[in-house]
Design a protein around this ligand. Structure first.
Ligand code: C2E
Ligand code: MG
Ligand code: MG
Ligand code: MG
Length: 281
């Protein structure tokens, strides 16, 4: 506990700060152990659908941490920690390995994997990803890497050269949370990407808010003019599905179609409930 300070002196360590520093250190240890142990980290999958809502085009891999004491921990609570400590690298490789396995089990759909901007500051990411896919016998074309606009804004050449190597190896690149970052059209011209994912904040306001509809319409127009696939995130209602598919979105993702779920559950659903595209036809 912080000592009583003299009158008028600033107390640097309030109990709550003390606790949060301890909690952080504890979580960091736990995360390190979880990665080593292997069984606490799970990859969940959520479908990405054709606008008709019947056909699964792909799955997004979303990380979950089943903490032995604290229970389920969502990415928002441990990804930032993993980014600050470098643990994002082993975590990300774990997700990619899972995704490659899912890709070979379901040959007609893509699997999307999220990457953090900090991963684009260290050379070696592209080589590791190419290796992991090769070891898993997975064609990189089957894997979509979701990055945020902040990666494109990185000043130095490291990020750019990593992206180029990944694309050259066949990985697809999607811009996640599109519209929330430093969206600058000039970045979209400089860096070739394959897909943009309209952030769910725009989808949420569809139907109530004419601005949201205008933004969605112009992102679709822009994306298509540049030859990109346009996906909408956070689709929760039938109305949103209707509006987004009328606006020309190519793919829809959201709780309306499926929540993220463990691999085994997703496999069961893919076997029974949904169609998949028939590329042979
Ligand atoms: P994201 O990549 O934008 O993923 C979509 C998030 O929206 C997921 O949250 C998903 O569960 C949620 N979502 C999907 N459909 C709906 C919907 O209809 N309504 C609402 N309200 N939410 C929906 P989640 O799984 O908590 O992940 C949060 C973020 O954490 C992800 O956002 C992604 O940026 C990051 N993340 C997850 N897994 C990884 C990973 O393996 N590596 C890295 N670097 N980041 C990850
Ligand atoms: Mg994503
Ligand atoms: Mg993301
Ligand atoms: Mg997103």
């Amino acid at each position: 506990r912080a000592k009583r300070e003299g009158k008028g002196q600033f107390r640097i360590f309030t109990p709550s700060m003390d606790d949060s520093v301890k909690l952080r250190a504890e979580l960091e240890d736990d995360l390190r152990r979880a990665i080593q142990a292997g069984d606490q980290m799970q990859v969940y999958y959520q479908t990405e659908m054709a606008p008709d809502g019947n056909t699964v085009l792909g799955l997004e891999a979303l990380l979950r941490w089943q903490h032995p004491v604290r229970g389920a921990i969502f990415p928002d609570q441990f990804i930032p920690l993993a980014e600050e400590t470098g643990l994002i690298t082993p975590l990300s490789e774990f997700v990619l390995q899972n995704a490659c396995r899912m890709a070979s089990r379901w040959p007609d759909i893509f699997i999307a994997v999220n990457l953090s901007a900090v991963q684009f500051r260290t050379a070696g990411l592209a080589e590791r990803f190419i290796d992991i896919a090769a070891c898993a016998n997975c064609d990189p074309h089957r894997i979509e890497l979701e990055i945020t606009e902040s990666v494109l804004v990185e000043k130095d050449d490291v990020a750019r050269s990593i992206l180029e190597k990944l694309r050259a190896a066949g990985f697809r690149i999607a811009l996640d949370d599109f519209g929330t970052g430093y969206s600058s059209l000039s970045y979209l011209r400089q860096f070739k990407v394959d897909k943009i994912k309209i952030d769910r904040s725009f989808v949420r306001n569809l139907g109530h808010d004419t601005e949201a509809s205008a933004i969605v319409a112009s992102v679709v127009t822009l994306g298509h003019a540049m030859g990109l696939t346009v996906t909408a995130e956070g689709v929760e209602t039938r109305d949103q599905q209707r509006l987004l598919s009328a606006a020309g979105c190519n793919e829809l993702q959201g709780y309306y179609f499926s929540t993220p779920m463990p691999e085994a559950e997703m496999n069961a659903l893919l076997e029974t409930r949904w169609e998949r595209p028939d590329f042979a036809a």
